[in-house]
Design a protein around this ligand. Structure first.
Ligand code: ADP
Ligand code: F6P
Length: 355
């Protein structure tokens, strides 16, 4: 191949820039021209009047200082139009016309579906797993996950300092979409006493029981890490907790309707009601989890994955995704990777909630 492209898609993740830089350096080494495609699959749709707003040749000088920058300088976006087969067919034709013979896609499972569709249209694609969520079952780590966890660890340590000063319980919400990996890892690494994840059903009364027990044993600043996904899939326990809120204070009924999804703040309110003497407060960590420069693990993974992706295209191996297995970087067909079912580590989950 003489000309290949690279794009970042879905939510940005720490290490995306480092991966693009590794792709650029590898392409230069193997005498290929590299085109950076902007804003995910949108950059393939020729929506902007000036082609330079959608694509940019990436030589070594262009990417010189971006590897350790947070975010993705290529920009990223979701692209609803790309779900349309006609739009994808046009994008594939345009790529062929421009002489772009292969594509490297840094993104999550949705982006990989797009990559698979492009492969079926004759565009060789390689995927690099770029998402903080770590929700791709075929790989032990996705790019950005480790950095996001490190950000969460630092944040929880700061929150704990003030929780300890005030003898308060901290409810800390972390990201992860429908995956509890960031929450579990953060909880383990900070010694949090409770973790709640979307993969495992939970009960607010059990959480309250645990907090009461901890307080009885002298732990007046317990930390509860909650994955955002638990509030997306509302369970009966959460609804009954609302009823509990309104039964304690009629005013709450006006503020929180039982049909309104529960969130970290209302969970803290419920815990204040259920645990005598517990002043629970909530913090939602939000986008800071995505906005850090990559820590060592992600920077190293990006370096290896970027090179492997270019090598695979060079050698004519296509429709693959790169991942980590037994601590080593490896690759497998996209279709196989996406078929692997996620398995949550219940043992570690139980350990956090019982130690
Ligand atoms: P992620 O890649 O992080 O999982 P999304 O699920 O939002 O993020 O997907 C990113 C983009 O990938 C979508 O906006 C769309 O352009 C493309 N995509 C997602 N699913 C498909 C699909 N089934 N077929 C083709 N393209 C898809
Ligand atoms: O997939 C990464 C992620 O940060 C999830 O953890 C989160 O649910 C989602 O993206 C947020 O997306 P947006 O950037 O559209 O708010």
């Amino acid at each position: 191949m003489r000309r290949i492209g690279v794009l970042t898609s879905g939510g940005d993740s720490p290490g995306m820039n480092a991966a693009v830089v590794s792709v650029a350096r590898s392409a230069a080494l193997y005498h290929m021209e590299l085109v950076g495609i902007k804003r995910g699959y949108n950059g393939l749709l020729r929506k902007r009047p000036n082609i330079n707003d959608d694509m940019q040749v990436l030589d070594l000088e262009t990417v010189l200082d971006i590897a350790d920058q947070p975010g993705t300088f290529l920009r990223t976006a979701r692209c609803i139009e790309f779900l349309n087969p006609d739009v994808r067919a046009k994008a594939a034709d345009d790529l062929k016309e421009m002489g772009i013979e292969g594509l490297i896609i840094v993104g999550g499972d949705g982006s990989f579906q797009g990559a698979m569709a492009l492969c079926n249209l004759g565009i060789p694609c390689i995927g690099i797993p770029g998402t903080i969520d770590n929700d791709l079952a075929y790989t032990e780590r996705s790019l950005g996950y480790d950095t996001a966890v490190n950000v969460c660890i630092n944040a929880v340590r700061s929150i704990r300092a003030t929780s300890r000063s005030h003898d308060r319980v901290a409810v800390v919400e972390v990201m992860g979409r429908n995956c509890g990996d960031i929450a579990l890892r953060t909880a383990m690494c900070t010694g949090a006493e409770i973790v709640i994840v979307p993969e495992i059903s939970w009960n607010v009364y059990k959480v309250a029981e645990r907090i009461n027990q901890l307080m009885k044993n002298g732990d007046t600043r317990a930390t509860l890490i909650v994955a955002e996904g638990v509030f997306k899939n509302q369970s009966m326990e959460q609804f009954s907790a609302y009823e509990l809120l309104s039964s304690y204070d009629a005013n709450y009924q006006k503020i929180h309707s039982p049909n309104e999804p529960m969130n970290a703040k209302t969970l803290a309110e419920v815990l204040r009601q259920l645990c005598r003497g517990c002043d629970a407060r909530a913090t939602v960590l939000g986008y800071i989890q995505r906005g850090s420069a990559p820590f060592a693990y992600d920077a190293g993974f990006a370096f290896e994955a970027g090179n492997l992706a270019v090598k695979l295209l060079r050698d004519g191996v296509t429709e693959q995704v790169i991942g980590v297995r037994n601590g080593r970087v490896y690759y497998l067909p996209i279709r196989e990777a996406l078929a692997i079912k996620p398995a949550f580590d219940r043992e570690l989950y139980n350990l956090v909630n019982s130690l």
